[in-house]
Design a protein around this ligand. Structure first.
Ligand SMILES: [Zn+2]
Length: 404
């Protein structure tokens, strides 16, 4: 006789949707120098945790920038520790006139919840919280769940860095990052390196270019050299099944003054955004960019200074890791079929949790993969409930060892 499939804990979906709306209505834009970015949303989360009777810590990572982290004990004996992670800061809405809805009204229309942060990632935060609540109300479970609502993901990821350094992080066995990935279970995330190349030449009159060492000419040559580095990196690090290939993209090319067309400047800047795949040797790649840029600029007598502005590794988790298997099983329970595997095109808090604390991270959450940071951001309302149910089922499977 076949055993009945395990049931999915009953999630209060209406409450999860309403909580998403409450979060979206708070304009938690992570702008440069802004104080108290996440504070109002963090207070809302804390009120909900209190209402649930959860114990939680609030850590001010910077003034007005709290991490809110709850630990929900299962009461069902020894077991692993699973973490759900999300952020409550958002990027700017840009020009509201470009939107066809008020970006902070959290309007529900045509089955979609509209607004900045609807997908990235206030719906994910609501879904994970109500999933954990549902599992808790369904009865005791082994182990415990950490619910981490962190700050500054859209900035320097200060919240993830602070959590990774905390004693609690050392007890976490696996993390589900609830970023929008359009039904993909993302087992890898591309790495990111931001480089600044300062070009130092010699200023001269535009009529006497022989007296100059031009950072403009050097900049053009450096951009060409970067394309060659990308080709080299593609061959060297190959094509990852989900994360694709390394890209080396010039994003800044500065030099000269539009009001001084008869002057060759002394100084220029090339900015480079490098995206990497698992297996990329960042030190080797940065070295290659530096050497290639130096050679290209030296050919016209210009010196190059390289600054590594940011360096985040590509991360990966095995497709048969218990937390991945649990998510796949949960997705199958809710949707009746296995989800596709994928890769996060950029970095997430999970990147930092893996880099700094060695935590295995998988990314899976409500909302389209490409909608983040765009105008007219939305999440399909039904997805909030679907993801919450998958999270609850996956947590139960992971904590009871069902996927091993
Ligand atoms: Zn996000």
């Amino acid at each position: 006789m076949a055993t009945a499939p395990p049931t999915v804990p009953a999630v209060d979906i209406d409450a999860a949707v309403a909580f998403t709306q409450d979060l979206v209505r708070l304009r938690t834009v992570n702008a440069a120098g802004a104080a108290e970015v996440e504070r109002p949303a963090a207070l809302l989360v804390q009120r909900l945790f209190t209402a649930f009777g959860w114990t939680y810590d609030v850590v001010e990572v910077a003034p007005g920038r709290p991490n809110t982290v709850a630990v929900v004990e299962g009461g069902g004996g020894e077991g692993p520790t699973l973490m759900f992670e999300g952020h409550i800061d958002v990027v700017t809405e840009g020009d509201p006139a470009d939107w066809s809805v008020d970006p902070y009204a959290a309007l529900i229309r045509d089955g979609r919840l509209w607004g900045r942060g609807a997908a990235d990632m206030k719906s994910g935060v609501a879904a994970m919280i109500y999933a954990v609540r549902a599992l808790q109300l369904a009865g005791p479970f082994p182990g415990r769940i950490v619910v981490g609502v962190l700050c500054d993901e859209e900035g320097l990821m200060l919240g993830a860095k602070a959590f990774a350094a905390s004693p609690l992080a050392r007890s976490v066995d696996a993390v589900i990052v609830c970023e929008p990935e359009g039904y993909e279970v993302c087992t890898s995330a591309r790495g990111g390196i931001r480089l600044r190349l300062d070009l130092h030449g010699v200023m001269a009159h535009g009529a006497m270019p022989q007296e100059a060492r031009s950072p403009i000419v050097a900049g053009a040559r450096v951009v060409d050299a970067l394309a060659a580095v990308q080709t080299w990196a593609e061959e060297r690090y190959g094509t990852h099944p989900h994360a694709g290939r390394v890209t080396v993209t010039p994003t800044v090319l500065l030099g000269g003054d539009p009001d001084q067309l008869n002057v060759i400047p002394a100084h220029g800047v090339v900015g480079v955004d490098v995206r990497t795949v698992p297996g990329t040797d960042h030190t080797e790649l940065i070295d290659r960019v530096g050497k290639s840029a130096c050679e290209a600029a030296a050919a016209v007598g210009v010196d190059v200074g390289l600054t590594v502005v940011d360096d985040r590794p590509a991360v990966e988790i095995a497709e048969d890791h218990p937390v991945v298997s649990a998510l796949v099983a949960g997705h199958r329970q809710v949707h009746g079929a296995a989800p596709p595997f994928g890769a996060v095109p950029g970095t997430t808090d999970g990147t930092i949790l893996t880099r700094d604390a060695g935590l295995p991270t998988v990314v899976y959450g409500p909302g389209g993969k490409w909608i983040a940071h765009q105008k007219d951001e939305y999440v399909e309302v039904r997805e909030i409930g679907e993801y919450a149910r998958v999270y609850a089922a996956a947590a139960r499977t992971f904590l009871t060892g069902g996927a091993r």
